[in-house]
Unconditional design. Structure first.
Length: 119
């Protein structure tokens, strides 16, 4: 099991536990869970592993990560456009050059970054 993240509500330490609770309208439940030692928020699931996995999910972290990846990819795309212009001017001058241009490399980096968002 992965290390438990702090409580998403108060930042307190988390611990695994066997918890019992009265579910509104559902009756009494007793099972493995992960909870905050400070504010007592608990996630209870069928297994301790499932409870821990759900406890560690932070959708806002994924959102921030994906935004950062997209910003980097967009920067590489924009730089690729600039490099393509420079490359075409360079080739037009008759100077020749390497087989792979920098704009192609930058586009590849942008595409690789966007694939990270899918993971």
């Amino acid at each position: 099991m992965n290390k438990l993240k702090p409580c998403p509500f108060c930042g307190g330490d988390a611990s695994t536990m066997r918890s019992a609770s009265l579910d509104l309208g559902m009756g009494y439940s007793d099972g493995p869970g992960v909870g905050c030692l400070n504010c007592h928020f608990v996630i209870q699931r069928e297994t301790l592993t499932k409870a821990a996995e759900e406890w560690n999910v932070r959708p806002y972290e994924t959102h921030i990560r994906n935004d950062a990846i997209e910003e980097c990819a967009t920067t590489f795309d924009n730089d690729a456009d600039k490099m393509e212009d420079v490359w075409e001017k360079f080739l037009a001058s008759g100077s020749g050059g390497p087989a792979t241009s920098y704009h192609t490399v930058f586009r590849g980096i942008a595409n690789d970054l966007r694939k990270l968002k899918e993971e």
